[in-house]
Design a protein around this ligand. Structure first.
Ligand code: FES
Length: 193
C-alpha cells in the first residue's frame, strides 16, 4: 500500500470511463476501487471488495441504482448498504452489511476521490479529457515533469509506489496531440531509469 496524502482530491476516472451497467476498476495508492454510475446519475467510489466474501465489485454489474455482486448477487445501493440478498429474499438486511464508500466529486469531466479530501476539487481549465496514460514512475517525479506541458492541464493519480496514471485536459481540444505529448513523456521518463 502506498502512502496516500490525506485531505487531497485525486482524479481517478473520466466521466466517459463510466459506461452504463458496468463497473470501472482502478487503483489509488494501492487501494483497489470500484467506480460506477447509478441509473439516477449519482457516481459511487467504493472499495473493490464485496463485504460478503471479498469478491471484486468490479466484476459485478449496475442494476438500476444498485451494484449487483457477481458471486452471490447481493445488491448494494448508492449509500453502500446491502439492499437485497437473493438467497433470503424475505430478510430485512442488517444495516451493518455495507460496502466501504469513498468521497466523490465530479468536476471538469473527471471523477475525484481521496482520503478525507478537504475543500473543493482543483479548478481545471475547460477542455476535453484526453486518454489516461500509465507511467511506470513515482507520482512526484511524473508531476514535476508535467509542469511545463503547454496546452495541457494534467492531473496525476498514484496507482502504487512506482506507477502513476496521468490524465490531462486538452485545453485546445486537440486530444490526439495531448495523447502524443503524454506518450512521449512516458517514453522519456521510463527510459531515463
Ligand atoms: S461475494 Fe459478493 S455477494 Fe457473495
Amino acid at each position: 500500500m502506498t502512502n496516500l496524502a490525506t485531505g487531497v482530491w485525486y482524479a481517478i476516472a473520466a466521466d466517459h470511463d463510466l459506461v452504463d451497467g458496468h463497473v470501472y476498476r482502478t487503483v489509488l495508492g494501492g487501494h483497489e476501487l470500484a467506480v460506477w454510475r447509478a441509473q439516477s446519475g449519482t457516481v459511487q467510489v467504493w472499495d473493490d471488495r464485496c463485504p460478503h466474501r471479498g469478491v471484486r465489485f468490479s466484476l459485478g454489474e449496475v442494476v438500476g441504482d444498485d451494484l449487483r455482486c457477481q458471486y452471490h448477487a447481493w445488491r448494494f445501493g448508492p449509500t453502500g448498504a446491502c439492499t437485497f440478498i437473493p438467497a433470503q429474499p424475505q430478510m430485512k438486511v442488517p444495516g451493518t452489511i455495507r460496502a466501504r464508500t469513498w468521497p466523490v466529486a465530479q468536476s471538469g469531466g473527471l471523477v475525484w476521490t481521496g482520503i478525507d479530501p478537504a475543500g473543493p476539487v482543483p479548478d481545471l481549465p475547460p477542455g476535453t479529457v484526453a486518454r489516461a496514460i500509465p507511467i511506470a514512475r513515482p507520482a512526484a517525479e511524473v508531476a514535476a515533469a508535467l509542469v511545463a506541458l503547454e496546452g495541457l492541464a494534467p492531473v496525476v493519480q498514484p496507482l502504487d509506489a512506482g506507477t502513476t496514471m496521468v490524465r490531462a485536459i486538452a485545453t485546445d481540444g486537440d486530444v490526439p496531440r495531448a495523447d502524443r505529448v503524454l506518450v512521449a513523456l512516458r517514453r522519456r521518463l521510463e527510459s531515463a531509469v
